[in-house]
Unconditional design. Structure first.
Length: 384
């Protein structure tokens, strides 16, 4: 009996010391302590990232079918439903016929033809609303269930705000094309795409944070701090991001149509037709020959950066990410060449745009892996 009481006292003392240690700053996780649901949070954010990729694809179809200006009003709530009667369809068509795109490019379009372009813009906006719900509703649920590590609460709210800002930029883009133009301003299109890519990258990075927390928790290891930005990951991602922005400008200027030959542009390395528009900014955002040239050859720099990152990942033991980055990079190069040679075939061009966004997502995941401080314990994230 005396030995049993001594054993109990030792266990109690050990438990009290463990609890005291777990409540102190910088303490590792205690087995059984409720520290959120990182695996569930990671799956949720990866699903959201997949939805963003799908929206990028629909956005590409919307652009190539010249459908983006078919809806001339922004109604975030009441615009959820499409026209439900012939009178409502006629009202939408009348609004479109007041636009410069109709007057300058589609004069004489029938209502049935209008319905076809209306569909893609409506579908694009509908997906945006669905993504917003797919993010906001689970976020509220996780918050009420105290399943979000406290240090991640502000970041998840920032991502929500960034998604709302993306919708506002999309409407500003549409407005830029409603007066005296047949398309949206190329710089606004590039900004809209750029914000979508930033949102995609931020969602993937945060999902990788949660996935790492889940793996460490499952292994019983101390929970590590989140990955940091490293030059080995940040520089290649920035190089790729610039290439994708040039792709947005190329799309906005219809610059893909100025040459359907490769590697030369109309039998010249530097194409004829490049003109100075008064300033560097005006030239880059207005000259299709220059933008096509830059997009074509900066791709080599971006591909080199991706392959270099893949080598770094392989050296760090992340063979799966390395192979994914290499394969996607090579596929993107081939799709870019095919887009040129096919004269911007819709299927090829949309695939090229989506694979570019996927490449960015993989590169962000790679940058996250390169920024991990393996073996460095961090604080236990409390729940919000």
């Amino acid at each position: 009996m005396g030995g049993l009481r001594l054993r109990d006292r030792r266990r109690m003392g050990s438990r009290m010391a463990e609890l005291a240690h777990s409540s102190s700053p910088g303490a590792p996780a205690v087995s059984g302590r409720h520290v959120g649901r990182p695996a569930t949070l990671a799956r949720w954010l990866f699903i959201v990232a997949g939805m963003i990729l799908f929206m990028v694809a629909v956005g590409g179809v919307t652009r190539l079918t010249e459908s983006g200006l078919s809806i001339t009003e922004w109604k975030p709530v009441t615009g959820t439903l499409p026209p439900m009667s012939e009178a409502q369809w006629q009202q939408e068509f009348d609004l479109y016929r007041d636009s410069s795109q109709y007057a300058l490019m589609n004069k004489g379009m029938t209502l049935e033809e209008f319905k076809r372009i209306y569909f893609w813009e409506y579908f694009h906006r509908l997906i945006g609303r669905i993504i917003g719900l797919a993010y906001a509703v689970p976020l509220a649920w996780f918050a009420m269930r105290r399943a979000i590590p406290r240090s991640y609460g502000p970041r998840l709210l920032i991502l929500l705000a960034l998604g709302g800002a993306q919708g506002a930029v999309g409407w500003m883009m549409v407005k830029s094309g409603l007066v005296d133009r047949v398309n949206v301003e190329p710089a606004m299109l590039a900004a809209h795409l750029g914000m979508a890519l930033i949102l995609l990258g931020a969602v993937v990075w945060t999902a990788c944070d949660f996935a790492r927390l889940a793996r460490q928790g499952d292994a019983g290891a101390p929970r590590g701090v989140g990955a940091r930005l490293s030059w080995a990951g940040t520089i290649p991602v920035l190089i790729l991001f610039l290439q994708l922005l040039l792709g947005g400008l190329t799309a906005g200027l219809r610059a893909g149509y100025v040459s359907n030959t490769w590697p030369m542009m109309n039998d010249r390395f530097v194409p004829d037709g490049i003109a100075w528009w008064g300033s560097l900014w005006m030239t880059i955002t207005s000259d299709p020959f220059l933008v096509h040239f830059l997009h074509r050859w900066w791709a080599i720099v971006a591909a080199g950066a991706m392959l270099w990152m893949a080598g770094r990942l392989h050296a760090r033991g992340a063979a799966g990410l390395s192979y994914a980055l290499t394969g996607t990079t090579l596929a993107q190069i081939m799709l870019g060449i095919a887009t040129v040679l096919t004269g911007v075939s819709m299927h090829v061009a949309v695939t090229h745009q989506v694979i570019g966004a996927l490449l960015l997502a993989i590169a962000v995941a790679g940058a996250h892996r390169l920024g991990q401080r393996d073996g460095v314990p961090g604080t236990v994230p409390a729940t919000a």
